[in-house]
Design a protein around this ligand. Sequence first.
Ligand SMILES: Nc1ncnc2c1ncn2[C@@H]1O[C@H](COP(=O)(O)OP(=O)(O)O)[C@@H](O)[C@H]1O
Ligand SMILES: [Mg+2]
Length: 276
Amino acid sequence: MKYEFKETLLYVENLSVAYDDTVIIKDINLIEKDVVRENVDCTGQVVAFLGRSGRGKSTFFKALTGLIPSTAGKILIRDFENKEPNAAKPVKEGDIGLVDQKYTLFRHKTVTEALKFSLRKTTLAASEKDSKIKQYLKEWGLENCAHKYPNELSGGQRQRTAIIEQLFSSDQFIVLDEPFSGLDVGNIQEVKKAFDLLGQSSEVNTVIFSTHDIDLAIELAQTIYIIGYPTIDGKLQNYGTIVAKYDLREMGLAWRDYCEDHLKLSKEIIHQMMIS
Ligand SMILES: Nc1ncnc2c1ncn2[C@@H]1O[C@H](COP(=O)(O)OP(=O)(O)O)[C@@H](O)[C@H]1O
Ligand SMILES: [Mg+2]
């Protein structure tokens, strides 16, 4: 399957985060680029983070979205307002939307009101906002939820609203912390559909998510990172970092139906997670 790497969208260098004196994650380095595929209009990027509990995935996501400060390192994202090739800017809160596991929504706003609120910083006219909201509600199967409050929505509907909300306020990037946890089979299909929609709605859209489900990560992502404790000089450390990276495109496993090779990768990932 032919593809090409284009501009850098996300650049993380030597990132560390500590709570008080306890280092939680350290020396995280990664680069994610826009990928363009031959004969495919709109690809989007999907990046998955796997790792055992407590290794620092949520901490990393909070630092990545500017919700907590880092103790060292830098995070740059593509500056889409600057037309220069590869123009980048340091990330700040609000640039990258984070959908947490609870899909927190405004209790006193209807779906339409909440979405209007997340478009407040855009330059769209009121009528354009209305039609954008209508369009998304339709595409995401939320038409009959337009005037409902969060407590009137199902878990899946809440989550989709939270995703659209973050998309509206942050555009190109969206980070989801364990979006599949605690969902039933039907809801999992819905979130998968949401991933597809995200990829199709803009070429540069990048979805970053964490999960405990290795097979889902393999099915959805083109890049998989394992966050775990590194072993240095034979000794297991107690801070999280990227201990392995799998580029499924390079491995010929991206954008394909599940086969024997995916199973092999799944076994390798389990092993990598067990030792870190
Ligand atoms: N606000 C906090 N203050 C102190 N320690 C924290 C805080 N949040 C998380 N931790 C610790 O950081 C480590 C990583 O947690 P977390 O990022 O939630 O991991 P994961 O998402 O991979 O399960 C854990 O040991 C956790 O107890
Ligand atoms: Mg977590």
